[in-house]
Design a protein around this ligand. Sequence first.
Ligand SMILES: Nc1ncnc2c1ncn2[C@@H]1O[C@H](COP(=O)(O)OP(=O)(O)OP(=O)(O)O)[C@@H](O)[C@H]1O
Length: 265
Amino acid sequence: MRLKLEGVSVDLDGVPIVSDADLVVEPGELVGLIGPNGSGKSTLLRTIYRVLRPRTGTVHLGDDDLWSQLSAREAARRTASVLQEASGEFDLSVLEVVFMGRTPHKSLLSGDDAQDESIVWSALERVGMTDKVGRLFATLSGGEKQRVLVARALAQQTRLLVMDEPTNHLDISAQLDLLELVRQLGLTTIAALHDLNLAATYCDRLYVLRGGRVVRSGPVHDVLTPDVVADVFGVQAHRGTHPITGLPHLAFAPLTSPDRRDISP
Ligand SMILES: Nc1ncnc2c1ncn2[C@@H]1O[C@H](COP(=O)(O)OP(=O)(O)OP(=O)(O)O)[C@@H](O)[C@H]1O
């Protein structure tokens, strides 16, 4: 389902944090949101999973305005989030966490039925976590936790996956594993990512935020140029081709860095 933000501005305590942001994610796309610390990525994402109401502008999922046309419950059914730190699920088992994905589909008094059960187990299967259902969520590794939260999103049969720095604190294998999984699922996904090379590897298109404004957007190749990286992040970048994937790959150095090749042993 298509996500479309138009003219979204957000103030926090009277301070403008996001200004006039336009953004589109086409069905099945994985779109990356990049930008320096404090540029407003999380704030913008919160308007999409209905935690922060924009001061102005609209957030549409398909034909529906997420804020003015959908109830909180309906919005919760259609969007799922995987954030960098999972809180609130600590006393639950893996199975219970994934069953939470069914909650927005249930009325207050209806219990889980055979259909819920089958949806939950197939979600666990898709993320490869069926052998950990009895474990307490809190005892999982960071990478396993993120897979379980993706399973919860699948159990929710979400139309849109919102990920806010989902690979933070994960080792390199778990980072690649998580983004490979998300790529394979083919869900309409928007993800804030700090690692520009991960963004280059997995995203179809990128949006760059600086100071709460979208300053650049487009295919990875057009957006992740040395000029943009220098301008937005204030570092030098050399863009080459990744020797294994054949995709663009960036190497970084401080803007003022001397050429260290002369002094290495
Ligand atoms: N209540 C508030 N009042 C004023 N400013 C706030 C408030 N809450 C957050 N901010 C500021 O909003 C800005 C944007 O924060 P946000 O978390 O959206 O950025 P981000 O791009 O996700 O950052 P990071 O990459 O560090 O996670 C930051 O400068 C932050 O200090």
